[in-house]
Design a protein around this ligand. Structure first.
Ligand code: TYM
Length: 350
């Protein structure tokens, strides 16, 4: 995608510590795709690496947000991190706007990234299509450059995300490689690796197995929201689009059956199994048997997450303490990186 191929700089050139960074936007309610594609992975990684998980409020304002609601939305995402099992003793949880390095490095990267690279981002094209182009914020266009700054302000090496972030991660790698090259600083920034293996990486709409589950889908029946009631979850799964065939006994039999593959994938991730394990149990049975089992599993797994989120949101003191201390810890990591960045660029220093 770029004049500068990421492969020109081997990841091995970076010899700093390994570190995980990821973020979720505080805009609209979280759904099962966010949970399985991101949050579940955050929890799995916190025992292996130092982890930094951000609520990306600077990203949220690329489209209008109500100032009266933004702080509560930020707390809600932090509450979801905690409810999913992110442990603030192990991982840093913080709000993006509380660490100034993001905005500063974002600007610097604006001067590193090339227009052509950013113009190719398909998510921007999707988000802006059909809208009055003159009236879209510059921030919405520039969003993936800020995302690179989020990751690289901490020199993060691993980024757990859903598959929809693949292109943004490639851009982050290109920006890192070009910065290192332009400023003759080999290995200064790592080339961050996206982590999106497994069936949770792309959870599809319950109404159309070819579209990703998304908060912007006008149909609420297309997604399971993390704060849905047990009743809603069960109803949405029972009414999810499927087909009239029996489930196959082998994963290969899911090819060309997008809705069936999606539901089996959701079952597998929720139950910590492979898709083949699920088919070993349900292969040869129809959706009349599989959907109620999936509904029970989803309610059993998501119910406690929603209960904890509600408890935390009713008493924001705990979340606020986590975000405040997380912001301080995040700043302690980013500030020295920014000192180095300013030096590498050659800015005036007293
Ligand atoms: P956001 O807030 O749209 O989504 C948060 C996370 O959820 C994942 N996700 C999905 N995974 C599987 N199936 C789906 N249907 C699905 N929908 C969403 C996303 O891939 C993401 O991991 N640009 C990012 C936020 C961000 C970020 C970053 C991420 C800003 N800076 C730095 C990583 C590193 C976004 O809009 O995510």
């Amino acid at each position: 995608m770029s004049e500068q191929k990421s492969s020109e700089q081997k990841p091995a050139e970076y010899s700093g510590p390994q570190r995980v960074f990821s973020g979720v936007q505080p805009s609209g309610s979280l759904h099962l795709g966010n949970y399985l594609g991101a949050l579940v992975k955050f929890v799995a990684m916190q025992d292996q690496y130092p982890c930094i998980f951000c609520v990306v409020d600077l990203h949220a304002i690329t489209v209008p947000q109500d100032p009266k609601l933004l702080a509560a939305q930020t707390r809600e995402i932090a509450a979801a991190y905690l409810a999913a099992g992110v442990d603030p003793k192990k991982a840093i949880i913080f709000a993006q706007s509380s660490v100034l390095a993001h905005a500063e490095l974002g600007w610097i990267f604006n001067c590193v990234a090339r227009m052509g690279w950013v113009e190719r981002m398909t998510q921007f094209k999707d988000k802006s299509s059909g809208k009055d182009a003159e009236n879209i914020s510059v921030g919405l266009f520039d969003y993936p450059v800020l995302q690179a700054a989020d990751i690289l302000a901490y020199k993060a090496t691993h980024v757990p995300v859903g598959e929809d972030q693949k292109q943004h991660l490639e851009l982050s790698r290109d920006i890192a490689a070009k910065f290192n090259r332009d400023f003759n600083a080999p290995g200064f920034f790592p080339l961050p690796e996206p982590i999106y293996q497994g069936p949770g990486a792309r959870i599809m709409s319950l109404k159309d197995g070819t579209k990703k589950m998304s908060k912007s889908d006008p149909s609420d029946a297309s997604r399971i929201n993390l704060l849905d009631t047990a009743d809603d979850i069960a109803k949405k799964i029972k009414r999810a689009t499927s087909d009239s065939d029996l489930l196959p006994s082998d994963v290969k039999g899911l090819a060309g059956r997008a809705e069936a593959a999606n539901l089996v994938g959701i079952y597998a991730v929720l139950n910590g199994q492979s898709e083949q394990d699920v088919l070993n149990e349900f292969g040869g049975h129809g959706f009349g048997k599989f959907k109620p089992a999936l509904a029970d599993l989803a309610v059993a797994k998501l119910g406690p997450v929603a209960d904890t989120m509600r408890r935390l949101m009713n008493d924001p003191g705990e979340v606020d303490r986590v975000l405040k201390s997380g912001g301080e810890r995040a700043n302690e990591i980013a500030a020295p990186v920014m000192d180095e960045v300013r030096k590498v660029i050659g800015f005036w220093r007293p």
